[in-house]
Design a protein around this ligand. Structure first.
Ligand code: PGA
Length: 253
């Protein structure tokens, strides 16, 4: 049975004090999660140690970084390596978020390198993909997302792919208040799973969690997560509000 995951993406928000308060509140309210459910907190680098410390004893609760370097170590001022994240016992790293692709020119090729270095270090990638409004309007979203998967993921072995979580995040739905309809989400998630099945076989494709991201809120989470191929969400804005994110965790299948 594949994992159902609610992942908070704090992006570049909150002070340390605000982050501590938010985590305390959510951890206090969310209760214990069943074995097939997980809550993941992707916090800014300087807060990883704090988040690890607060979530340390909780089952089914993990901490994620929002990015990592494609280099192992050395003279790369400002970068953060997989080894550093491992030394903090971080479990996941978000890779290829559309904001990284757009503002920091991250290409499918660079992301393939980041995936390799994460997997070599036993850090689980949450690999983001998704199309712009222009592509959606031209109805070429399947080709576009298909290429993102091919160029960044499909060189992985089956064993490596098993460690990857995929997040489908249509760019036109991120931070816009405009959510993909549950039908649009399901359609793309089914397409992604079908591509994984073609490449790796249906058995493995069925084990991969595919999260939806883009204006997920407490009010639409249950409907989205109720779709057969939607295994939870990657949540930005609503993850900064304790009651919202707690309700989203509780909406997991
Ligand atoms: P949003 O962001 O929930 O604020 O739309 C989602 C994301 O970018 O991961």
């Amino acid at each position: 049975m594949r994992q159902q995951i609610a992942a908070a993406n704090w992006k570049m928000n909150l002070t340390l004090e605000q982050g501590e308060k938010l985590l305390d509140e959510i951890l206090g309210k969310m209760g214990n999660l069943a074995a097939n459910r997980q809550a993941v907190f992707a916090v800014p680098f300087p807060y990883l140690a704090m988040a690890r410390q607060k979530t340390g004893v909780r089952a089914q609760v993990s901490v994620a970084a929002q990015n990592c370097s494609n280099k192992k170590s050395g003279a790369y001022t400002g970068e953060v390596s997989v080894d550093m994240l491992n030394s903090l016992q971080v479990s996941y790293v978000v890779l290829g978020h559309s904001e990284r692709r757009e503002y920091f020119q991250e290409s499918n090729q660079l992301l393939a390198e980041k995936l390799d270095i994460c997997l070599a270090g036993n850090l689980k990638p949450i690999f983001c993909c998704g199309e712009s409004l222009l592509i959606r309007e031209a109805n070429t979203q399947n080709e576009f997302v298909g290429r993102q998967l091919e160029e960044s993921l499909f060189h992985l072995t089956a064993e490596q792919l098993q460690q990857v979580v995929i997040a489908y995040e249509p760019i036109w739905a991120i931070g816009t208040g405009k959510t993909a309809s549950s039908e649009q989400a399901q359609e793309m998630h089914a397409f992604i799973r079908a591509r994984l099945a073609q490449q790796y076989g249906a058995g493995l494709a069925n084990e991969i969690s595919i999260l939806y991201g883009g204006s997920v809120k407490a009010s639409n989470a249950a409907e989205l997560f109720g779709q057969p191929d939607v295994d939870g969400g990657l949540v930005g804005g609503a993850s900064l509000i304790a009651d919202e994110f707690t309700a989203i965790i509780k909406a997991l299948r």
